[in-house]
Design a protein around this ligand. Structure first.
Ligand code: FMN
Length: 345
């Protein structure tokens, strides 16, 4: 298969043109320094992958209280902005484009990251599991956010978007996926609120929509990653679908760069009547990025079928800094192995 379709140019709107349809998916590597500042090694790592049509950065916390893993980078101090400048400069020098993925982990965090205090979430619903890289530590019960917390976090997303622009990013991706804070508002399992932020699809969508409104004041290019399937860090509830039906319809009124499916394997779900990507495509009329277990052949087929416009590739990009040229030259990629996470190559 030639996979020629992957090498079409793509226009994301607002003046942003991509060289091809291959997106480097956001991949947390926990290799920022102890002040959560991106390093020179990270600049070299991203710079080597700049022939992707678009790179989405590893999830980047918007404030100290958004942290849930060690050494994940931030975008809330001058040093972090300067660190990211080194990264975006390298990517641009090598002809690439890069978005920052803006993140708050909510309840998928532990008090060791918050001076002994529990992390925040929409509601005080316990999360069972162990913190990666601190395997003796159990997650616990978060505290429910007050309205003042909500206002502050919305503002933190706005400031982080402003900082992303200062740091030279071409846009931002709001991390609304994978069971983290925004996703916790979008699912009934984790959102038990009875105020303006919970209790109905409209109210459960409000937190994300307010973040988008705030970020739009700072930067033109905004994408979102969503996980309607509730496949990780959250339990599925049959009422969730109505939330995403409502939200996706609303998002048609925002001039977003794209919506990106957050999933590890883009297989069909009965309750979504298809894959996560197909479900998003049915409800959203703008640009769609698929992800989750694709290779060049299956991505070409999926894009050819019209399910999405772009493909985000995750683990194969860890294993193959030259993934794009391998696809172009029809060379087989090196298989990903978890041991590769130990080093930024
Ligand atoms: C090591 C690792 C780190 C990840 N970090 C993030 C992240 O920071 N943000 C995010 O939205 N998804 C993250 N993901 C999910 C990927 O973006 C992607 O959706 C997933 O790996 C499926 O795509 P793939 O089959 O091409 O790897 C991560 C996945 C892996 C394996």
């Amino acid at each position: 298969m030639s996979n020629k379709i992957l090498f079409d140019k793509v226009d994301l709107g607002n003046g942003l043109a991509l060289n091809n349809r291959i997106v480097m998916a956001p991949l947390t590597r926990s290799m920022a320094d102890d002040d959560l500042v991106p390093t020179e090694t990270m600049a070299a790592y991203y710079g080597r992958r700049a022939d992707a049509g678009l790179i989405i950065s590893e999830a980047t916390i918007v404030a100290a209280d958004g942290q849930g893993y060690p050494n994940t980078p931030g975008l809330f101090t001058d040093a972090q902005v300067n660190g990211w400048k080194g990264v975006t400069r390298r990517v641009h020098q090598n002809g690439g484009k890069m978005f920052a993925q803006l993140w708050h982990t909510g309840r998928v965090s532990h008090s060791i990251f918050h001076n002994g205090q529990p992390p925040m979430a929409p509601s005080a619903v316990e999360f069972h599991g162990r913190v990666p890289r601190f395997s003796d530590l159990e997650y616990g019960t978060p505290r429910a956010m007050t309205e003042a917390d909500i206002e502050r976090v919305i503002e933190d997303f706005g400031i982080a978007a402003r900082n992303a622009k200062k740091a030279g990013f071409d846009g931002v991706e709001v991390h609304g996926a994978n069971g983290y804070l925004i996703d916790q508002f979008l699912h009934w399992n984790t959102n038990r609120r009875d105020d303006e932020y919970g209790g109905s699809p409209e109210k459960m969508s409000r937190f994300l929509l307010r973040i988008l409104d705030r970020i739009s004041q700072e930067i033109d290019q905004i994408g979102i990653r969503l996980s309607p399937a509730a496949y990780i860090h959250i339990e599925h509830d049959a009422r969730d679908k109505a939330v995403f039906n409502y939200l996706l319809e609303k998002l048609n009124n925002y001039s977003l760069a794209y919506i990106h499916s957050g999933i590890f394997a883009d297989d069909p779900y009965d309750h979504l009547d298809g894959t996560v990507t197909q479900y998003i495509r049915r409800h959203y009329r703008g640009t769609v990025i698929a992800s989750g277990g694709y290779d060049a052949d299956s991505a070409s087929e999926m894009i050819g079928r019209g399910d999405a416009d772009l493909i985000a590739i995750g683990r194969p990009f860890i294993a193959n800094p030259d993934y794009v040229s391998k696809v172009q030259n029809q060379q087989p990629p090196v298989a990903y192995d978890e041991s590769m996470l130990a080093e930024l190559v």
